[in-house]
Design a protein around this ligand. Structure first.
Ligand code: ZN
Ligand code: FE
Length: 258
């Protein structure tokens, strides 16, 4: 049993609180800021026992030091990235981690692309993927490569369709606006725009999403779809023979770099 709570931070970040079978204990995923987490722990009378980090960006690790200072027994799990200074357990690919204080287990997935050392945590029907996959979009390519991020999204898309995807930002409506441009005749996407616009109008998060919904409405996942390939080829005016080139075209297009 897993229970996940949303803690909004900054403009559009979501920090995730995770509870399991052990009452009174909680983990946090990607604490970019400490104060909202401390407030949540206090008002929910929970002890912080684990800190899970997906990548080194400040909006994901900015609160780690303060949380560790406040909860010295909390274990920090992180990828093998020298830019993440504070870590207790360095994670490797496909490693299973057992959070005994919560009664939960997660599999570590290597998902480079947004950064070179980005990881995701998968378990109990839930995926915490940081800035890799977003609702109807994906992260930008900073210190990873286009090929990497394409491979990582394809890897995540193979997870069970009902998997809840806890990504780290509320970028959904702007992602959908771009997706509609690329994938104009997609009726699932059209419906999603209606549903998610309604949610945002009521200040409801559009995250978590599911792998199944992303396979239907996320152009960065749907890079094998004939209409998306056609859109990308049309944009650059040449044939794109490889899947990753379609992905790269979409990413540059969304970045305004084409
Ligand atoms: Zn990031
Ligand atoms: Fe981020």
């Amino acid at each position: 049993m897993i229970n996940v709570s949303t803690v909004p931070a900054f403009n559009d970040n979501y920090l995730w609180m995770v509870q399991g079978r052990v009452a009174g204990n909680a983990a946090v995923v990607d604490p970019g800021d400490a104060q909202p987490i401390l407030d949540w722990l206090h008002s929910n009378k929970q002890e912080l026992t684990s800190i899970l980090v997906t990548h080194h960006h400040a909006d994901h690790i900015g609160g780690v030091a303060k949380l560790k200072e406040t909860y010295p027994k909390a274990t920090i799990y992180a990828p093998d990235d020298p830019r993440i200074k504070q870590k207790d357990v360095v994670l490797e690919s496909e490693q299973l981690i057992s959070l005994a204080d919560l009664g939960l287990e997660f599999k570590v997935l290597m998902v480079p692309g947004h950064t070179s050392h980005h990881i995701a945590y998968f378990g109990h029907g839930s995926l915490f993927c940081g800035d890799t996959m977003f609702a109807s979009g994906c992260g930008r390519v900073f210190c990873g490569t286009m090929r990497d991020l394409n491979n990582s999204l394809q890897k995540l898309s193979k997870l069970p369709e009902e998997t809840l995807v806890y990504c780290a930002h509320e970028y959904t409506l702007s992602n959908i606006a771009f997706a509609r441009e690329v994938d104009a005749s997609n009726t699932d996407l059209e419906q999603r725009e209606i549903d998610d616009t309604q949610k945002r109008a009521n200040d409801i998060p559009t995250v978590p999403t599911t792998i199944g919904l992303e396979k239907l409405t996320n152009p960065f996942v749907r890079v094998d779809d004939a209409l998306i390939i056609a859109s990308a080829q049309n944009k650059v005016g040449k044939e794109l023979a490889e899947q990753w080139q379609v992905f790269e075209t979409l990413r540059l297009w969304k970045d305004g770099a084409l």
